[in-house]
Ligand binder design. Structure first.
Ligand code: ZN
Length: 94
């Protein structure tokens, strides 16, 4: 396709650099109290990790609900639709 750009190595590197720069800006620095600041090496490492880890947590509050025994929104919706269909069928029969 012409409007679909090839996902080149250059593009991947560009986005990685962009995300690293973003997380470097967010990494604790000057305006914070001294005990909250990170050393430069720590900032670099923090930014590199965050840039490559878009979802750093998968606990029961952040993660996929199915993994934690809950039904997902799509599953609940499908169940509701099935209930509605059954209800409509019973109404039409009585
Ligand atoms: Zn979490």
């Amino acid at each position: 396709m012409e409007n679909e750009r090839k996902r080149t190595r250059a593009l991947r590197r560009h986005h990685l650099a962009r995300l690293k720069a973003r997380w470097l800006r967010r990494a604790c620095q000057n305006p914070l109290p001294p005990s909250w600041r990170l050393a430069e090496a720590e900032r670099q490492r923090y930014a590199a990790v965050r840039a490559r880890t878009p979802a750093p947590c998968s606990c029961w509050m952040c993660g996929n609900p199915r993994r934690w025994g809950e039904r997902t929104l799509a599953e609940r919706r499908a169940a509701m639709a099935a209930d509605d269909a059954e209800h409509a069928l019973r109404q039409s029969l009585s």
